[in-house]
Design a protein around this ligand. Structure first.
Ligand code: SF4
Ligand code: SF4
Ligand SMILES: [Zn+2]
Length: 570
């Protein structure tokens, strides 16, 4: 999967100090650092103990040696279908690990990783003669049967292997296609990477040393971010808030903003947060005034009507995040606020395009600003260690993201970890998915990618039920309230079973909102006259005498947006 360009990768390695550095010149020893070769976008983190154990286990199973000991291990997240990391030790990529739902974690070695394994006495080697070695290094060709002189006896077809030259240097890694002793011709190793392995120097490295070496840069960058916050506040005269999700990025923003002002903290509880995250955020209540935008059970109510979310069909962001935030802002900051957020350009193409100060049409009362827009993930982790900030415990367990647990953007590995920690939650998700999808789409994780077929499905599935509910006085009253307000002259519309898909869309939209309003609040900020509100039943209500019938509240509603505008999946 190709990586999108999200900005330059700003990571180097100082061979003297044996640590990653954020600038080309090592701030500690002043020597010139080497560019750290990593796959873009270069979102690097420090491996947790659990992840180091996982990598060691995978290598031990295949090659019979323990590869990682006490060194500092960096993991670079790869753009892959499921979870995958590049493993970096002493400034060199030594291998990749890929999670495959059907077979678990599998390793893909780099020549440096093969050399480490070989030096430790591990399995998995195959020796090429001088001529074959030369061709492999110079042309990247596969290793053919006549060029092999020896191989470890345990090798089987399909194994991950590394190729040695006659001098005992690893020159390639790849997959074994044939057992050498049983063939005379043909490809024995399909080569993936081919170069002579660099020496991995045997020097100490530690997180403490990395933090110490980078301290001047961390300080300088933090000062720049603080001055951005100050400058922003000098021209945006509004209440100051920080959106704190319980994640690492917003933790830093909270720390930086607190240096300038005492902010109010907004925590959007999507109702599908990891219990650990909710507990973690609440633990800050002694230090901050935490305002909770609570989505309650909006996710499951939305699920019933809109169907399962998917990567290109994330109605849940509106229902569980933007809507509740809107409701909270309308109540607490009716004149608007500025919210500092932890968004970074390296997170996604969408974020890379976003400006540093921005507005979101779905949250009109909020001006957003991102003080750490250009920070890399490595910088984030170094800053956290430097300042000794207390992180969400899920990170220590190897989680990359600590937001909503049923998110369709999760990897299958995330769901494996969810199963380990909260099997009941995963069961609930699978149970709800099974109301819409066959088991194979659930087990394989395909439900996360299902795409548009036709918006008609949504209406077909719901319309009949909605019309029949109109015979109920409560729904009929709601429908009439919305219809009479938004469509000032529409009293004459007959509300009976003759209403069909051929009727005007707007009427159908009003019906959807009248009957199935999720009470998410996404439309609240759109009304210019303040005619919109949520009634005692938590659903949208219009004050008829304030409403001018402008219709601005119609479309910004997940029920409409995701049935008409966005991909519809089933
Ligand atoms: S946005 Fe326009 S149509 Fe909707 S309630 Fe307000 S005034 Fe009425
Ligand atoms: S009508 Fe408003 S509150 Fe109800 S679901 Fe739509 S956006 Fe949410
Ligand atoms: Zn140095």
């Amino acid at each position: 999967m190709p990586a999108p360009y999200l900005g330059p990768i700003r990571t180097w390695w100082c061979p003297e100090c044996n640590v990653p550095v954020l600038k080309e010149k090592c701030p500690s020893c002043r020597s010139r650092a080497e560019k750290l070769e990593v796959t873009p976008p270069g979102e690097i983190k420090f491996a947790s103990e659990k992840e180091i154990r996982m990598i060691n286990r995978v290598i031990e199973e295949k090659f019979g040696v323990t590869i990682l000991r006490n060194e500092l291990v960096l993991l670079n997240k790869l753009p892959a279908t499921d979870k995958a990391y590049e493993v970096i030790v002493n400034g060199r990529r030594i291998l990749q690990v890929h999670f495959l739902p059907e077979s678990g974690w599998i390793p893909k070695l780099k020549p440096e990783g093969g050399q480490l394994i070989y030096n430790l006495g591990g399995r998995g080697w195959i020796i090429a003669d001088g001529k074959a070695s030369e061709s492999i290094v110079s042309k990247g060709v596969n290793l053919m049967a006549p060029g092999v002189t020896d191989a470890h006896p345990s090798l089987k077809v399909g194994d991950e292997v590394y190729v040695l030259n006659p001098a005992g240097r690893v020159i390639a890694t790849g997959t074994l296609k044939e057992v050498w002793s049983s063939v005379k011709r043909g490809v024995v190793v399909k080569v993936r990477d081919s170069w002579e392995a660099d020496d991995i120097f045997d020097k100490e490295s530690s997180l403490e040393a990395a933090v110490e070496a980078n301290e001047p840069i961390l300080k300088e960058e933090a000062e720049l971010s603080v001055s951005f916050i100050q400058k922003t506040l000098s021209f945006v005269k509004k209440d100051v808030t920080v959106a704190f999700s319980g994640g690492k990025d917003s933790l830093i923003v909270l720390d930086l903003v607190s240096e300038v002002i005492d902010p109010k903290v907004i925590f959007t509880d999507t109702g599908i947060e990891y219990p650990e995250t909710v507990k973690y955020v609440k633990s800050f209540s002694g230090d901050y005034d935490i305002l909770v935008a609570d989505a309650e059970d909006g996710f499951w109510r939305g699920f019933e009507i809109l169907g399962p979310p998917a990567r290109d069909y994330r109605w849940c962001c509106k229902v569980c995040k933007l809507g509740p935030t809107n409701k909270l802002l309308k109540e607490v900051f009716p004149d608007g606020c500025i919210t500092f957020v932890g968004q970074r350009r390296y997170e996604s193409s969408k974020r890379a395009k976003q400006r540093r100060i921005f507005t979101n049409p779905w949250i009109p009362l909020q001006i957003g600003a991102s003080p750490i827009r250009n920070w890399s993930s490595l910088q984030v982790w170094l800053y956290i260690s430097w300042k000794g900030l207390r992180i969400n415990p899920l990170y220590l367990d190897g989680f990359d993201r600590v937001g909503c647990w049923p998110c369709p953007s999760s990897d299958m590995w995330d769901f494996e970890m969810l199963k380990e920690r909260h099997p009941n939650l995963l069961k609930k998700l699978e149970n709800e998915l099974s109301k819409f999808l066959p088991e194979e789409d659930i087990k394989s994780g395909n439900w996360r990618f299902l795409r548009k077929r036709s918006p008609l499905k949504f209406w077909e599935r719901n319309l009949e039920r909605w019309i029949s509910l109109l015979s109920n006085e409560y729904y009929s009253k709601r429908f009439n309230n919305l219809l009479k307000s938004i469509r000032k002259n529409s009293e004459s519309i007959r509300i009976d079973h003759r209403l069909s898909l051929r009727d005007e869309r707007e009427i159908l939209w009003i019906l959807a909102k009248a009957v199935s309003c999720l009470g998410c609040g996404s439309c609240l900020g759109k009304c210019p006259t303040g005619a919109l509100g949520l009634g005692a039943d938590g659903k949208i209500e219009i004050s008829e005498h304030l409403c001018t019938g402008c219709g601005k509240c119609l479309r910004p509603c997940p029920l409409i947006d995701y049935s008409e505008v966005h991909a519809w999946t089933y």
